[in-house]
Design a protein around this ligand. Structure first.
Ligand SMILES: O=C(O)CCC(=O)C(=O)O
Length: 262
């Protein structure tokens, strides 16, 4: 089975959910004739990192976001890995990803497990503690958020449980672009999975962001890469390639988890 992928590399308007939602609508309309199977948005795409105003602008239980992306999924008949948003809960605000299928059903949500202290996330956000596994078209997938890719053991938990595609949504700064590319390629090679990584472009008052959204195959080959500007990156992935690579070098069968204690 093949999937057409589209990453929306947005220049997120700081603290302005209304403007960001308009941008998302426009980009879906731009994609209308391409009929993507999966559309991916970046991290905190509706608010950006306006952390000091999150109490005011975060989405109460993610309800508005879920309604919006379900409508988009039904209208454009596509699965959506809806980046992440600031979700207001009774226990604080989380950095939460929603996944909806092409029928508009929310199939999963994942809250960022590793909070990034360099950008003050730990001061404003609550960490999640659940896996990011989900299934689309009977394909086992995982979704993680930005800093999570620095934790290979966290990604491995997902691929050891069967994930064949890793979706990464991010607001990764330009200052560490080389880490972004290297870490994503390494996660693809060591887990023999597709890595589909959607980063934001542009800047906010504190950071310039890297763009360079990437689609990487299970052999580590880069099949699509954006530049640093806002835009849409598309690629077609062949899901049987995961099984081919895993058969050629059977790392999951050869693992020795009984020895891997830290
Ligand atoms: O790990 C990094 O260098 C960037 C992480 C980050 O920007 C984030 O998690 O928001």
């Amino acid at each position: 089975m093949e999937w057409k992928i589209a990453c929306l590399q947005l220049d997120i308007a700081f603290g302005n959910p209304t403007e960001n939602k308009q941008q998302v609508h426009k980009q879906f309309e731009q994609l209308r004739d391409e009929h993507p199977d999966v559309v991916i948005l970046p991290e905190l795409w509706s608010t950006g990192y306006d952390l000091t105003r999150l109490e005011e602008i975060a989405d109460e239980n993610g309800e508005k976001t879920k309604t919006l992306i379900s409508q988009l999924a039904r209208t454009y008949h596509t699965h959506i890995v809806a980046g992440s948003i600031a979700k207001k809960t009774n226990n604080g605000i989380t950095n939460t990803m929603y996944i909806v299928n092409r029928h508009g059903e929310v199939v999963s949500e994942y809250s960022k497990v590793h909070l990034f202290q360099l950008m003050d996330e730990h001061l404003y956000l609550q960490a999640g503690d659940q896996l990011g596994l989900f299934t689309l078209d009977e394909t086992s997938c995982a979704g993680v958020i930005c800093y999570d890719i620095r934790f290979p053991e966290w990604i491995r938990v997902h691929t050891a449980k069967g994930a064949e595609i890793l979706f990464v949504v991010a607001e990764w700064p330009l200052a560490r672009l080389s880490h972004w590319r290297t870490l994503l390629q390494a996660r693809a090679i060591e887990n023999q999975c597709y890595v589909i990584a959607c980063n934001r472009a542009g800047s906010d008052p504190n950071n310039v962001f890297a763009g360079h959204s990437l689609v990487i195959d299970p052999w580590g080959g880069i099949i699509a890469e954006a530049d640093e500007h806002p835009g849409i990156v598309t690629a077609t992935i062949d899901l049987k390639k995961v099984k081919e690579v895993r058969k050629k070098i059977p790392i999951f069968a050869d693992r020795r988890p009984d020895l891997y204690h830290t």
